[in-house]
Design a protein around this ligand. Structure first.
Ligand SMILES: [Mg+2]
Length: 267
């Protein structure tokens, strides 16, 4: 156990309230020299806005300690896909996509077609342009910034990114590469950034499926915190967390006792 991936929403804060002890835990991580990265599926605000929010909550962190779907997608696309990317994403998301972009009117020539939460920005014309680009030769890679199905806005439920990705998959017969929790590519990107092996990496989150299940499928340990979206039923399902903590505040104690137990086993 050497490094940590930590979810933001529901782990460090709930809405605009910091979870008691979160700031102290982040300071402890830095003091103890434990490599860590914050991993979030948030695409509604750019990374610098997340840094501002954390700062307001008394948690100062550098931008490059936060991995979001657009940041992960940028790294993945630059490493795996030649050619420009056709972007179907919000302005906030575009800020963090460091990839060569295809001209907005081009109907072919994309190396990748990147789908984010475009909300009201979707129209038949736009969705159909994404479809036509996907059907061009050579076929580009379909990239999804997460697979969230819907979210709750102040006026009610709203379609998120997944229904549009599913429509394009269905029409084109292609399968999207997903850069968001719980996808394997997302966790692999996070581990690459940390430079740590799967067995020595622990993911801490409040989502039993996206955080704990995703991490375990990527060969890491998944630790569940009982804050944020945690519900008691989460402990009755098929996914078994490697540990369950009351909140992030219990992380240092758990980390130290687990490290001590493993040192004892080795001696
Ligand atoms: Mg969360």
């Amino acid at each position: 156990m050497r490094s940590l991936l930590i979810d933001l929403d529901g782990v460090l804060y709930e809405d605009d309230k910091v979870i008691p002890g979160a700031a102290e835990v982040v300071a402890w991580l830095a003091d103890a020299g434990i490599p860590f990265l914050f991993v979030t599926n948030t695409t509604s605000r750019p990374r610098h806005a997340l840094v501002d929010k954390l700062k307001e909550l008394g948690i100062p962190v550098e931008e490059d300690l936060i991995l979001t779907p657009p940041i992960a997608a940028s790294r993945w696309i630059v490493t795996h896909v030649p050619g420009p990317a056709a972007l179907f994403v919000s302005a906030a998301t575009k800020t963090d996509l460091a990839v060569p972009e295809l001209d907005e009117t081009a109907m072919e020539g994309a190396g990748s077609v990147v789908i984010g939460d475009l909300g009201e920005g979707w129209s038949y014309g736009r969705l159909n342009r994404a479809f036509r680009l996907l059907m061009a030769e050579p076929p580009p890679v379909l990239v999804a910034l997460g697979m969230t199905r819907y979210w709750r806005a102040s006026d009610g439920l709203r379609l998120d990114v997944a229904p549009f990705v599913k429509a394009l998959e269905y029409a084109s017969g292609r399968t999207a590469v997903v850069l968001g929790k719980p996808s394997l590519e997302f966790f692999l990107t996070a581990r690459e950034m940390l430079g740590s092996g799967a067995a020595e990496t622990v993911m801490v989150g409040d989502d039993i499926v996206s955080d704990v299940g995703g991490a375990q499928r990527a060969g890491m340990q998944g630790v569940l915190v009982q804050t944020g979206k945690f519900r008691r039923q989460d402990l009755d399902g098929d996914i078994r967390p490697d540990a369950v903590l009351g909140s992030i505040a219990e992380l240092p104690g758990w980390w130290k006792s687990t490290a001590a137990a493993s040192a004892e086993r080795q001696s």
